[in-house]
Design a protein around this ligand. Structure first.
Ligand SMILES: Cc1cc2nc3c(=O)[nH]c(=O)nc-3n(C[C@H](O)[C@H](O)[C@H](O)COP(=O)(O)OP(=O)(O)OC[C@H]3O[C@@H](n4cnc5c(N)ncnc54)[C@H](O)[C@@H]3O)c2cc1C
Length: 431
């Protein structure tokens, strides 16, 4: 017998975007189910466990002003807060915080679990359920979303479905010549949704991103490296946080050398990016170290930041050498970097390729143009995803008209309103 469950809103995926979407929909009164393939990874930070930065921190504050999660989560789980570009004018300031990755993930999951009207379900979504629209015509969607089908002969029926599947659709991870199915190290891939979207006429394309290796802190010669402390007075992200009281950790700074660049150049043919193994494009602002060596060939050194991934782990994120080069090349590279001569790699860097729908298939409300009802979290990077998470969540609630069952007008806060609130914060420099 097929099990069928009914909700106002179903959110697929429990990453940054899904967490915001589900919480927003539930906060506004919609009965909401967050379906994610593994509930132990709800709120997981895939790559750099950091929030904010230049051009991104204001998005966190906008989501916070809408009642979102991320700002409060990083204030609770931050291990180093810094305002980047402080020497420049206020418009250039970029508040950024490094998170304790595990604590951040647990905080987000606990917050979702405590949200009234929201249930978390461990489910693998394999297909979309659509119904024909009776009075469809030119320029109108021919299909309406009705829910999703999950593995194990069950369906979740909903008025709105938010897809926030991140890097998981038909995902393949690359480290040198080695290819593994999966959207993130240690996790699986998601097969059915891309096919369902393609059958409905969506353009489905491939995207790629990558991550650096993680090193064991005890094997790094930190005494020889420049220390990068956090700010003396850490600045919170959330308007609800009065002050950051937890102890701050330091990071360290080192640099690549001409010898490192020579190793990379000699092995470019083994990088999936350059061997043709990866054909898709990556986001503009997350270049791999291979990319940097090729594109900025005149530079003989690039700055690297060694960032702890938490208070209770040895793992250090090497910010600046995202790579899909083979393991042996990663080991050679690392050992040529000052301070890392004896460093042990705990996790190797890799690139991931995955399906996404180019966002020009969405309306400004973030509903899809092709199918009435579903709203997409979109294919952007972390901070854009979270805005695309909280806005669709709120929008779904409007579609459902939860409580009254009458659809309400789209929920949109003009930037002026959000920033007026930000400007009232004592000592707020603007962002
Ligand atoms: C190796 C790597 C490097 C990255 N580097 C960066 C970077 O440098 N900067 C940056 O901004 N972003 C980077 N990203 C992108 C990162 O994914 C986003 O920043 C952010 O995590 C996206 O959040 P999200 O909520 O959209 O998706 P994700 O965090 O990817 O979450 C997707 C969720 O959907 C779930 N899911 C997927 N399919 C299904 C299904 N069919 N059924 C049920 N659940 C499903 C997954 O289990 C997961 O919980 C990187 C990602 C990876 C994997």
């Amino acid at each position: 017998m097929r099990n069928v469950y009914y909700y106002d809103v179903v959110v697929v995926g429990g990453g940054h975007a899904g967490a915001e979407a589900a919480a927003a929909a539930a906060r506004l009164g919609a009965t909401t189910a967050l379906l994610s393939a593994n509930l132990d990874t709800v709120g997981q930070m895939s790559c750099n466990p950091a929030i904010g930065g230049v051009g991104k921190a204001q998005l966190v504050r906008e989501v916070d002003a809408l009642g979102g999660i991320m700002g409060r989560a990083i204030d609770a789980a931050g291990i180093q807060f810094r305002v980047l570009n402080r020497s420049k004018g206020p418009a250039m300031h970029g508040p950024r915080a490094q998170a304790d990755k595990r604590q951040y993930q647990q905080w987000v999951k606990e917050e979702l679990e405590a949200t009234p009207g929201l249930v978390l379900k461990q489910e693998q979504v394999d297909d979309l359920i659509v119904e024909p629209v009776a009075n469809s015509g030119p320029g109108k969607a021919a299909w309406r979303i009705a829910g999703v089908r999950v593995r194990g002969d069950a369906e979740y029926r909903a008025i709105s479905v938010v897809l926030t599947t991140g890097t998981f659709l038909q995902a393949v991870m690359h480290t040198g010549e080695a290819k593994t199915a999966g959207g993130r190290a240690g996790e699986g891939t998601s097969a059915g949704i891309s096919g369902a979207l393609a059958r409905l006429g969506f353009t489905v394309d491939r995207f790629k991103t990558g991550t650096p290796c993680r090193l064991a802190a005890s094997t790094i010669d930190t005494a020889s490296l420049e220390v990068q402390p956090g700010d003396a007075t850490p600045q919170p992200f959330s308007f609800l946080t009065d002050a950051i009281a937890t102890e701050q950790l330091v990071c360290w700074i080192t640099r690549t050398t001409p010898e490192v660049h020579a190793v990379i150049r000699a092995n470019l043919h083994r990088s999936p990016m350059y061997s043709g193994q990866i054909a898709s494009r990556g986001p503009r602002y997350c270049p791999s170290i291979e990319d940097k060596i090729v594109r900025f060939a005149d530079r003989d050194s690039h700055q690297l930041f060694l960032e702890p991934e938490g208070r209770r782990t040895q793992e250090i994120y090497v910010n600046g050498i995202s790579t899909s080069l083979p393991r042996d090349v990663q080991e050679q590279m690392v050992r040529l970097i000052p301070g890392l001569e004896r460093a042990e790699i705990m996790r190797y860097g890799y690139a991931v390729e995955y399906d996404y729908c180019p966002p020009d298939q969405l309306q400004l409300s973030l509903e899809s143009k092709r199918v009435a009802g579903p709203v997409s979290g979109g294919p952007g990077q972390r901070h854009h995803r979270l805005r695309r998470g909280s806005c669709p969540g709120a929008r779904c609630r409007c579609q459902c008209g939860a409580g009254s069952r009458r659809p309400r007008p789209a929920h949109a806060l003009p930037r002026g309103v959000v920033y007026r609130r930000a400007d009232r914060r004592p000592g707020h420099a603007g962002s």
